[in-house]
Design a protein around this ligand. Sequence first.
Ligand code: A3P
Length: 305
Amino acid sequence: DKAFGVKGAMLEFNPGKCLLPPYHVKFAQQIIDAPIREDDIWLISFPRTGSTWCQEMIWLIGNDLDFDGARSTIQQIRAPLIEMSTVLIEIDSLGKELLENSVELINNLPSPRYIKSHLPLSLLPTELDKVKPKIIYTCRNPKDMCVSYYHHCKMFHRLQLTFEEFSDHLMRGLTPLGPVFSHYLSFWNKRHETNILFLKYEDMKRDLRGTLKKIADFMEKSLSEEDIDKLCEFLSFQNMRENKGCNFEGVLEQKHGKDFFKRVGDHFIRKGQVGDWKNYMSPELSKRFDDWIEENTKGTGLTFD
Ligand code: A3P
């Protein structure tokens, strides 16, 4: 409550495992029981790992580069977060207006469905493991993810902590959807399964063309060099930041009124850089992160730039 400035803003839903908005209780079982289709494409990730960016890549490749559709319908409707209702209700009653029940919305989507989730494996639909649809997982260097998540929690969850305090919470698994490493590793350890594609934000930044080809191959779609040129243009940081189809501006403005980002001085698609942590972390804090990362990845093969 202290961290998030609102009584009951977050709930330790399954003790010791994951902090979630209290409304998750309403939807948890429906999510776990949600029917999975073989031709679904899932994007699963810890928040702030470039998942909105990647979901836009997936949706456009799956929909033959329908740029008009991507501009005119917000991503939360085209390719929804299965737990969206719990998040939107948490930022107030907006969920009711926008998505009454994101699980039902997903259950009723025509195939092929493009679905996203930030939930840990244990809270995702159990049929994922049985039906084995295509799953793309994005992860990011935890230092940059932490900086990005700090801004996100201030904007979405009325976070009251300093950056140092937030970092400490994150490393102790006390930020929403924590702990980080059990999330990352639960999919890293499945990366060799044929229905899983594991991606890193830093690789998406370094080589967007290569990432697009990799995703298209995985989705069994072909892209010409001209298609890739168009995608790179549409998916550039600046274009995505301005695109109300995926920058969350419309969602936030419905609730908070016009020019929300301008007023709070922040953006959902914020900075898009690798290494921004250097602007936030003292040498001591950086060392704590390094030790924490080392301890949690030792022997796993998972590394970060
Ligand atoms: P920053 O806060 O570091 O800028 P998610 O969608 O998983 O919550 O991840 C959000 C992060 O992805 C943000 O990082 C955001 O700026 C970044 N991002 C979104 N679109 C991007 C793009 N087109 N290019 C680079 N980064 C992008």
